[in-house]
Design a protein around this ligand. Structure first.
Ligand code: NAP
Length: 512
């Protein structure tokens, strides 16, 4: 669907020809592009300009899930025997295609999800990084050789795949998060059924097109579009699915955990956050303010690692508030393909309403509104919320405890380092925290005592790299980690192997 040229907000290099003319998309099952068995469809629309239809996708149900799992199960028997370095060669090729298409993919992402183009490029770069990283694991995937307690006996451990894995992903990193799951799953030798978020199906579609082009055998990856209830639930209940890897909200993650229990599936959960930046009285305040702007308002605050709390030492509180207020006023909202725009829309109307409700909750709780606080209709016809700053927030207030997932952050003044750590940890989530300080003792104490899976010193709460573990504590996760070599732990089982070449019965723990 063409983007209208009449709206001056959209009049920059977004000619209809800038995007693919294809508007009907299909599932990918057993190497075939197929519609939903019911024939039903749903639409994906541009959140900056909802009249712009990005695409029409199949609205699937249990019968489509069954077909995808059956295809993955069949393909598994060959894929698990395909040497891991050869699997890696396919991923390397996919990575090269991704590099060539980076700009086009990023522009499509901005159109479908709303994040500004620079960030969309970053999302695609993360896919590239993860694809090459996982491809390299094809020649590593180290196991262990250890001495046996008996003579003439060899002992080692190797990783083996799980089988068919179900991958359920959110919309905020439309390509990066599917890649964080697909690439490690594939290199380990699993076959996959992916259920992408209904708000951003296009970028999963593109990723799978690229894997097909790179030579992935049919049935190894399957994509089924549709709602959590109609596609996610049957995938989680399916007896032939060995693992569900889920990234999304804590509420749905809890449901995933319950749904997978009866069939003893492995469950990897990456869920919500309520991340804090601590600014100490000795911090470089301009650097800290840069970090807050990026951490709180990047991706319009729709990152699991977004800095939605700023815990500030009272000695620098007024300075930080005034600097933030000024800089927030300079942020330009609009369609993310406009290079001047720093903050895009939020993902859909329901998300916008939820964020605006939280702003009302903040006001009613007595927090002081310093900047923003409303929908921005000047930025375009889409779902724009002004970057919003609350001051004098108490750590017990709902806006300081609950995930808002929008461009809203809360200044919480504290009197000491110890209080800052206590407030930072005083929430249900444990994904990411950051501290700005020049005091090395304070920095290392914070790294030790902050209860979160990610900690930063003199950098904001966002900025993870693909070769380190990613995930959180408390209600953010269930002990697994995406990315890094820890992703291999999610997508493989350990198998211990013993070879006795003594030619006699040797009894462990009994014979000398
Ligand atoms: P969400 O509503 O929990 O949805 C996540 C995925 O689950 C979507 O594909 C959704 O499908 C699906 N789903 C919904 N109901 C389901 C059900 N009953 N059974 C199975 N699947 C179901 O989350 P979101 O709004 O997409 O994403 C935002 C959340 O993700 C935030 O809480 C954010 O913090 C979190 N997140 C966490 C991380 C991390 O690594 N910790 C990273 C990114 C995002 P539909 O789209 O069809 O509803």
């Amino acid at each position: 669907m063409a983007v209208t040229q009449a709206n001056p907000q959209l009049n920059f290099e977004i000619k209809p020809s800038a995007f693919s003319k294809q508007s009907q998309f299909l599932n990918y099952i057993d190497g075939q592009w197929v519609p939903a068995k019911s024939g039903k469809t749903f639409e994906s629309r541009n959140p900056a300009e909802p009249s712009d239809l990005v695409g029409v996708f199949p609205a699937c149900g249990p019968e489509d899930v069954n077909a995808a799992v059956a295809a993955a199960k069949k393909a598994y028997e060959r894929w698990r025997l395909y040497p891991a370095p050869k699997r890696g060669e396919i991923l390397f090729k996919a990575g090269q295609i991704l590099v060539e298409r980076k700009e086009q993919l990023a522009r499509e992402m901005t159109r479908e999800m709303g994040k500004v183009l620079a960030e969309a490029r970053g999302d695609v770069q993360e896919v590239i990084d993860m694809t090459f990283y996982a491809a390299g694991e094809g020649r590593r995937m180290f196991g262990q050789t250890v001495p046996s307690e008996l003579q003439n006996k060899f002992a080692m451990s190797v990783r083996v795949p799980l089988g068919v894995v179900g991958l359920i992903t959110p919309w905020n990193f439309p390509m990066a998060i599917p890649s964080w799951k697909l690439m490690p799953a594939l290199i380990c030798g699993n076959t996959c059924v992916l259920k992408p978020a209904s708000d951003t199906p296009l970028l999963s579609h593109r990723l799978v097109e690229i894997l097909e082009e790179a030579g992935l055998p049919k049935g190894v990856v399957n994509v089924v579009y549709g709602s959590g209830r109609e596609v996610g639930e049957p995938l989680m209940a399916h007896k032939d699915v060995s693992l569900i890897s889920f990234t999304g909200s804590t509420d749905i993650g809890r449901r995933v955990n319950e749904a997978c229990a009866p069939t003893f599936k492995r469950v990897s959960l990456e869920m919500g956050g309520k991340n804090a930046i601590i600014i100490m009285d000795d911090a470089n305040l301009d650097l800290a303010v840069d970090g807050v702007l990026w951490g709180a308002f990047g991706t319009s605050g729709q990152r699991c690692t977004a800095a939605s709390r700023v815990i500030v030492h009272q000695a620098v509180h007024a300075q930080v508030r005034d600097k933030l207020k000024k800089r927030i006023g300079e942020l330009k909202l609009g369609y993310g393909l406009n290079p001047e725009v720093k903050v895009g829309p939020v993902v859909n109307e329901a998300a916008m309403k939820k964020i605006l409700e939280y702003i009302e909750i903040g006001k009613s709780e007595g927090a002081e509104l310093i900047a923003g606080g409303a929908r921005d209709t000047q930025a375009g016809s889409g779902w724009f919320v002004q970057p919003t700053l609350f001051d004098n927030v108490k750590s017990t207030m709902r806006i300081a405890q609950e995930e808002i997932f929008g461009p809203v952050t809360a200044l919480i003044p504290v009197g000491s380092f110890a209080e800052a750590i206590e407030v930072a940890n005083g929430i249900a989530f444990g994904l990411s925290t950051a501290i700005y300080t020049k005091n090395v003792n304070q920095a290392f104490t914070a790294l030790r005592d902050l209860d979160s899976g990610l900690c930063y010193v003199n950098a904001p709460t966002i900025g993870a790299e693909v070769h380190l573990p990613f995930g959180g504590t408390k209600d953010t996760g269930n002990g697994h980690r995406d990315a890094g070599t820890t992703a291999l732990d999610v997508f493989s089982e350990w198998k211990s192997l013993y070879v006795d070449y003594s030619d006699k019965l040797q009894r462990a723990q009994i014979d000398d």
